[in-house]
Write a protein that binds this ligand. Structure first.
Ligand SMILES: Cc1cc2nc3c(=O)[nH]c(=O)nc-3n(C[C@H](O)[C@H](O)[C@H](O)COP(=O)(O)OP(=O)(O)OC[C@H]3O[C@@H](n4cnc5c(N)ncnc54)[C@H](O)[C@@H]3O)c2cc1C
Ligand SMILES: *[C@@H]1O[C@H](CO)[C@@H](O)[C@H](O)[C@H]1NC(C)=O
Ligand SMILES: *[C@@H]1O[C@H](CO)[C@@H](O)[C@H](O)[C@H]1NC(C)=O
Ligand SMILES: *[C@@H]1O[C@H](CO)[C@@H](O)[C@H](O)[C@H]1NC(C)=O
Length: 501
């Protein structure tokens, strides 16, 4: 039969046959996807990739340390405490969804009272009488606190659009593009100026910025009001009410997601990613990424169609080399900020904080303003991850205090902060980006099919941001694989989706 076809037609068919795989090559599902890093970014990426690509693809998650990454607990006298990412905002919908989906629970959280210390005295102290706290706020800062709440809510409203875009499967190919789709030029502008400048322009007083905004930046990002306006706003939302955490430790979300995604965990350090040509069984060639890693059973390599980098590529701590990529991955500056969390079981030295009569001291959290002589960023009573309440009630009684500082505390400094103490535990982090403005976020697409989730940390570093980046990258990689270009970088999505309803 076949030989009956005229030769030219045969040739045409043959060329169509050869050409077809080029055009539709990527229509076949990918075989294997690698995720480097099993923090909240990598594990939520595994979860979203499984949702998108279905049950047949193989997902490997590489982890050189412990699942959870910067979500980790520390053992102090037999009980576990959050040592890294600790609190979650009530409107962090991905995190909320994970907890529900994984059957985890959230203990009741009872906040204590806090004060703001400037190195010499308290510039503000909460009262156990709510109305007195409100009057004090009005007295000190006029309407600034109220306006700040409204201002942060306005930003949050726009930020929340991300959930609608993502539930409709839309993806963005850059962090700036994502932010622009949420809040337009205003959001991009916030990346370009400090939270101090942003709030000054919005009419907030310098006193309020120094005494309320700066302490919030110090406790959440260990930095000053010079961090960008967007992460600044995230930080202000992060001192609001209704904050929660996961019973047993936030890291349980990561182990849960890994399990739910049916991904394979590979314990080992990824050393390099290299692009390689492979010939296909059906003829022709295909480009794959070879991931080389060092595991407990020695060095090994595996080939992948898609690679997700779910860990910061910073110069201080970089272990991954990229080979044979054309175009090569551009240099981007990426310095991470050190933060030390020190856990002390002891009695706080109220006279250190200017209290003449220590029996009057009732605070369980102290924020600080910018003052070079201060060697701490904040100090506060913490409860174990199993059991949130009990210890916040009487802070003067011996409690577990968590101290944040830039440098490790010396013995002398600890004896100044505490009138007596039993034990000290310390955890040093390369915690989050060292923010400066203006700053471009690193690319999300590092190479054809290599995606960099932690680009988003340069807009703001938080658990929910990593989860948003993970879902975006899962959608982006899916649409690019199957050529659904109309699902990427759509303009005016907010308007489009409004009319769709
Ligand atoms: C002290 C502190 C307090 C914080 N407080 C909060 C908070 O209250 N609320 C909040 O939302 N966020 C908070 N954050 C930020 C939040 O913890 C992070 O934004 C988030 O956990 C980052 O997750 P990730 O998965 O992107 O990165 P990571 O958690 O850093 O995960 C990356 C993983 O990759 C692994 N890895 C790296 N290189 C390799 C390699 N070559 N091969 C294999 N594996 C590798 C690492 O071991 C790590 O486990 C805090 C962070 C710190 C440090
Ligand atoms: C942000 O700053 C960069 C670098 O200075 C500049 O190129 C860009 O135009 C600025 N963007 C906005 C929206 O101001
Ligand atoms: C691989 O791991 C082994 C043992 O953990 C270590 O001795 C070796 O130096 C590592 N190799 C590389 C290239 O990192
Ligand atoms: C407490 O703080 C005061 C004031 O800084 C200091 O003089 C004292 O040595 C500290 N330690 C104790 C145990 O009181």
């Amino acid at each position: 039969m076949r030989s009956r076809l005229p030769a030219p037609l045969l040739l045409l068919l043959a060329s169509l046959w050869q050409g077809a795989p080029r055009a539709s090559e990527l229509r076949y599902p990918p075989g294997k996807i690698a995720i480097i890093g099993a923090g909240i970014g990598g594990t939520s990426a595994a979860y979203f990739l499984r949702q998108k690509f279905g049950k047949d693809i193989q997902i490997d998650v590489f982890e050189r340390g412990t699942v959870g990454g910067r979500l980790a607990t520390i053992n102090v006298e037999g009980r576990e405490y959050e040592a890294g990412g600790a609190v979650i905002h009530p409107l962090n919908l991905h995190m909320k969804h994970f907890v529900k989906e994984l059957g985890l629970s959230v203990p009741e959280n009872q906040g204590g009272l806090m004060g703001i210390y400037n190195g010499d005295e308290f510039v503000f102290e909460e009262s156990s009488w709510y109305i007195i706290t409100v009057l004090k706020l009005l007295w000190h800062y006029g309407l600034n606190p109220l306006r700040m709440n409204m201002w942060v809510e306005g930003i949050l409203d726009k930020f929340m659009r991300v959930y609608r875009y993502q539930s409709h499967d839309y993806a963005f190919s850059s962090t700036e593009g994502l932010l622009h789709a949420l809040g337009g030029d205003d959001f991009i502008q916030m990346l370009n100026q400090t939270i101090g400048e942003t709030m000054q322009k919005a009419g907030f007083s310098q006193k309020f910025i120094n005494e309320v905004v700066t302490p919030a930046m110090r406790i959440n990002y260990g930095q000053s009001a010079n961090i960008n306006g967007f992460v600044g706003a995230v930080s202000l939302a992060g001192v609001g009410s209704g904050l929660w955490s996961v019973k047993g430790g936030n890291k349980l979300i990561c182990t849960g997601l890994l399990y739910a995604s049916k991904a394979q965990l590979i314990s080992g350090t990824v050393l390099s990613v290299e692009e390689k040509m492979r010939s296909k069984r059906t003829g022709g060639t295909i480009k794959l990424y070879e991931v080389s890693y060092n595991s407990t059973s020695g060095p090994a390599t595996t080939m992948y169609d898609i690679v997700f980098i779910a860990t910061p590529l910073n110069h201080q701590d970089s272990s991954i080399t990229f080979w044979n990529l054309n175009p090569s991955i551009p240099e981007f500056s990426n310095h991470y900020h050190q933060i030390v969390a020190t856990f002390v079981h002891g009695r706080i030295n109220a006279s250190f904080f200017g209290y003449k009569d220590p029996s009057h001291f009732y605070l369980s959290g102290i924020f600080t303003t910018e003052n070079p002589k201060l060697f701490i960023n904040s100090i506060g009573v913490v409860s174990p991850v199993q059991n949130k309440q009990e210890e916040l009630k009487q802070p003067m009684r011996s409690a577990i205090w968590k101290v944040f500082s830039k440098e490790p505390l010396t013995k002398d400094q600890i004896s100044l902060l505490f009138s007596s103490y039993d034990s000290v535990k310390e955890k040093k982090w390369l915690a989050y980006p060292h923010y400066s403005v203006p700053k471009k976020c690193p690319p999300l697409i590092l190479h054809d099919r290599i995606y960099y989730l932690n680009s988003i940390e340069w807009a703001a570093s938080a658990m929910e941001m990593s989860a948003i980046a993970a879902k975006n990258a899962a959608l982006l990689s899916y649409h690019r694989w199957y050529g659904n270009m109309d699902m990427i970088d759509q303009e005016d999505l907010n308007e489009k989706l409004k009319t769709e309803l």
